[in-house]
Design a protein around this ligand. Structure first.
Ligand SMILES: C[S@@+](CC[C@H](N)C(=O)[O-])C[C@H]1O[C@@H](n2cnc3c(N)ncnc32)[C@H](O)[C@@H]1O
Length: 301
């Protein structure tokens, strides 16, 4: 990648991608089991899958599978099929420290993928949050992981879209440092694979009512870095619908579904947030498509 940059050329993952934000993006919502949803999605049609699965920790009725990996492998295979060669899947989760035998966690998924998938583990991102519950019999947990698997070595990754700006003082000092490239200093730092971002508190304004809603800021960083404007983001465990909201804001198309019918209510709330953005004149043009019969964005006109 560095050699290509020096020669003024793009990495093969970005060279042939369309550039610029689509005038109007399309967003499909539906209620359904993940496997039924995936079966309707064409091969290699998705750039990024945001995947935050249930892990048998009985947070809700949907969180209960007798043989976790036997179930998970069915959607993992399908996820790989629908990803484009430049695509990625990011899987949220952690370690079930005191999990029951046979239960699943992100470690069991990673181990399964290593043995049964050709996808590459590009990063294991540690999401470190300052806020969480207290504990007396063990150290209180303050991290969750996000496993980023790329479908092929040609994966798309836009680091510049997610760089963190230096503060003025640091920037001024780095600009004087002859060993550093001023262009890179101007762009900001690589946010690294440890992300310190708060979880949503119970009274967070972002909340729409889902028990495990992820912060938009976390999803936003993933969408900006691993998908490009006009590409399609899929979330088949969409929960609160936050992925759709971020996709709309970032000029990506999306397909967001969940097995729980209450998903429709959450989506309605997310769209309300966007309408508030409309009032501020910041939102993009987008089209909502209710029902998965139309899964290919180009067929959705
Ligand atoms: C951990 S939550 C996802 C939360 C979401 N990432 C968010 O930020 O709001 C998992 C979701 O998977 C859904 N789910 C569980 N089993 C499912 C299945 N077989 N097919 C589709 N969705 C399922 C649940 O209804 C739940 O909303």
């Amino acid at each position: 990648m560095n050699a290509l940059r020096k020669a003024g050329q793009k990495h093969s993952s970005t060279a042939s991608l369309p550039t610029g934000i689509a005038a109007k993006t399309r967003h499909v919502f539906d209620v359904g089991d993940c496997l039924d949803v995936l079966a309707k999605i064409p091969d290699e049609s998705v750039q990024l899958i945001v995947c935050d699965p249930p892990y048998n920790i009985l947070l809700a009725d949907w969180d209960d599978h007798l043989d976790y990996i036997a179930w998970a492998k069915e959607w993992l295979v399908e996820a790989e099929r629908v990803l484009s060669p430049t695509g990625s899947i990011v899987i949220f989760g952690g370690l079930q420290y005191q999990g029951e035998a046979g239960s699943g966690d992100l470690l069991s998924i990673i181990s399964h993928m290593r043995q049964h998938s050709r996808m590459l583990l590009a990063n294991l991102i540690v999401w470190n949050y300052p806020n969480g519950t207290s504990a007396q019999r063990f150290f209180a947990s303050r991290h969750e992981e996000i496993a980023w698997f790329a479908k092929t070595k040609k994966y798309y990754f836009d680091l510049d879209a997610v760089r963190e700006p230096y503060d003025e003082e640091t920037k001024a000092a780095y600009m004087k440092d002859k060993r550093l490239n001023p262009e890179s200093v101007e762009k900001g730092r690589n946010p690294t694979n440890v992300w310190r971002m708060s979880r949503l508190n119970g009274n967070s304004l972002e909340r729409v009512g889902h028990p495990t809603q992820k912060p938009a800021a976390v999803i936003e960083r993933l969408v900006r870095a691993l998908s490009y404007p006009g590409s399609t983001v899929l979330d088949f465990f969409a929960g609160s619908g936050v992925t759709a909201r971020v996709a709309i804001q970032e000029g990506r198309n999306s397909i967001c579904t969940d097995a729980d019918p209450v998903f429709r209510d959450y989506v309605a709330k997310q769209l309300d947030f966007l309408r508030q953005d409309d009032l501020l004149g910041t939102a993009r043009q987008y089209q909502i498509i209710d029902g998965l019969d139309i899964t290919r964005p180009e067929a959705a006109e």
